[in-house]
Design a protein around this ligand. Structure first.
Ligand code: SF4
Ligand code: SF4
Length: 286
């Protein structure tokens, strides 16, 4: 089934799952060699070096974190990046959401989020109610005391930078791709705005840019990572709920986080191989 590109999806909305079929749109098929992704990556890094605004709000580096994972000049193929999220540490303050918007020039309007935070309220029968007012960017109003509420917790979400990303598989022009270091990106110069990838993402992680008319999503702040910096959301989190870094290698903070926390990924049955690992994830989270 070809996804309907006129149906919008995004954080807070439920996207149609991909059936894995290649779209049959009439868009031109460029020579892959013309899509010089390294140039795109280098242009991101150059833009950062030449003064792209960096988020300068309250920055806290968790004391146990030894430092940024990458460094300028390193070969991307030597890395394999992911993120860890400790649900028990998230207080739903939304500073990560705001930091991401500022750092990545994401429009301050509904439906435009590279990352967002959901609140889960679980009642005594195990039923879950989920809300995410404006992506949680301003935090959450206090939930009324209710004896039928068993627990409440916050779940930060973002692109999972899947190792087998269905969004990449359905793009008819090769505009979305995975880098050698495992970051899924969109080349705005090649995106034709067909929205197939938005429909194909089973996590609702992509959105349609209202003025650029291209698909948009979390980049793991790739322009920062290639400079040896952490993603803005990680820098902004006051509790250290987010950990960014190398997945492979036994000694890295993220590898240790994954190994010692019995982490889970979202929708593992889809075999997309997500690289955002959640600790203390409740079974009700989808
Ligand atoms: Fe693609 Fe969605 Fe996976 Fe991100 S979470 S890589 S947008 S399928
Ligand atoms: Fe949760 Fe940290 Fe984001 Fe605040 S900044 S909502 S604590 S992940």
């Amino acid at each position: 089934m070809i996804p309907d590109p006129t149906v919008p999806t995004g954080p807070g909305l439920t996207p149609a799952p991909s059936d894995g079929a290649e779209p049959t749109g009439s868009a031109p098929q460029p020579n892959p060699e013309e899509v010089n992704r390294r140039e795109f990556v280098h242009s991101l890094a150059a833009a950062c070096a030449s003064g792209l605004p960096l988020w300068l709000g309250a920055i806290r580096v968790p004391a146990q974190d030894p430092g940024p994972p990458g460094a300028p000049g390193q070969d991307a193929a030597d890395h394999w990046y992911g993120m860890g999220v400790d649900i028990s540490k998230c207080i739903g303050c939304g500073r990560c959401v705001y930091a991401c918007k500022v750092e990545n020039d994401v429009p301050m309007e509904p439906g435009c989020f590279n990352t967002w935070v959901e609140r889960y309220v679980i009642d005594t029968k195990g039923e879950a109610v989920v809300d995410s007012p404006d992506g949680g960017i301003a935090g959450f109003p206090s939930a009324p005391l209710d004896p039928n509420v068993r627990k409440t917790f916050f779940v930060p979400k973002l692109c999972n930078h899947c190792a087998k990303p269905p969004c990449v598989q359905v793009c008819p022009v090769g505009a979305t791709f995975i880098t050698p270091d495992g970051v899924v990106l969109v080349d705005e110069d090649y995106c034709i705005g067909c929205r197939y990838c938005i429909q194909a993402c089973p996590y609702g992680a992509r959105w349609f840019h209202p003025t650029k008319h291209v698909a948009a999503k979390c980049t793991f702040c790739y322009h920062r990572v290639r400079q040896g910096l952490r993603p803005a959301c990680v820098e902004a989190c006051p509790t250290g709920a987010r950990i960014f870094g190398e997945i492979e290698g036994r000694a890295t903070p993220l590898a240790r986080f994954v190994r010692f926390n019995d982490t889970q990924v979202l929708k593992p049955n889809l075999n997309t191989r997500p690289k955002v690992y959640y600790a203390k994830l409740d079974m009700e989270v989808r």
